[in-house]
Design a protein around this ligand. Structure first.
Ligand SMILES: [Zn+2]
Length: 238
């Protein structure tokens, strides 16, 4: 999160998320929300041996109003914009999906309607911020990407489940190398790392840097801790 601009962005996520919770909870009126419970770790993370020398940045991870934003059914399906006119964009994003797939099972899917993560080739809207000195609203510079989440109810054999969905927008205006770095970072948010690392050697470093880092041991230490946390997502509602 880049300073105030990103704080604002995050606030907006939270407001949108809270609104979705209201929408969901009014539909669930007669039944309580599912309890906070953890899910079994996916085998990829169960096998991950925490590299304790490098630590993690778990304390920077935010919970959603329904708990940590983790997936409980695998593989997590990812829809990518087709964009025939821009093979390089798609190649870069697919590479980022494959990089994360080593740590959490992801699968590219053509079915946008049911995909867990939707990645579109589009320019995220500009942020407006109020200049604290003049009180005037200002447009900030263009963003390369943003990730948002929403909640929904999913019917299952055991009843309804609260689920989430991630939507990533990645700008078409970047070089292939920057598209890869951006996609790697945003997919990190979408798999559950809802926060930023203070360390430039991590893929989830808060700022865009000239030479973006690959997924680091610290990123995965953090991811594993997130998947050990309780959440209301993915459990049947009684
Ligand atoms: Zn970020």
């Amino acid at each position: 999160m880049l300073s105030d601009r990103s704080r604002l962005r995050f606030l907006r996520y939270m407001i949108m998320a809270a609104l979705s919770v209201v929408a969901v909870t009014t539909k669930v009126t007669s039944s309580a929300l599912p309890p906070l419970k953890s899910h079994p770790l996916p085998s990829t993370l169960a096998q991950w041996e925490t590299v304790s020398e490098v630590g993690d940045y778990f304390s920077a991870i935010e919970e959603s109003p329904l708990g940590y934003l983790l997936w409980s059914e695998f593989p997590v399906t990812v829809y990518l914009d087709q964009s025939e006119q821009d093979e390089k964009w798609r190649e870069a994003v697919e590479t980022a999906v494959q990089e994360w797939n080593r740590y959490l099972p992801l699968q590219v899917s053509d079915d946008r309607a049911v995909a867990n993560i939707i990645i579109t080739r589009s320019r995220p809207p500009l942020n407006t911020t109020r200049n604290p000195e003049t009180g005037i609203m200002e447009l900030s510079r263009a963003r390369s990407a943003r990730t948002r989440y929403e909640f929904a109810l999913k019917p299952t054999n055991e009843g309804q489940k609260l689920i989430h969905r991630m939507k990533i927008e990645i700008s078409p205006d970047q070089s292939q190398r920057h598209t890869l770095a951006t996609a790697r970072h945003e997919i990190g948010h979408a798999v559950g790392i809802w926060g930023h690392s203070p360390n430039p050697e991590d893929a989830l470093y808060f700022s865009q840097v000239r030479n973006a880092s690959p997924i680091s041991d610290r990123d995965i230490n953090t991811l594993k801790r997130i998947y050990q946390q309780p959440t209301r997502l993915g459990h049947p509602i009684n």
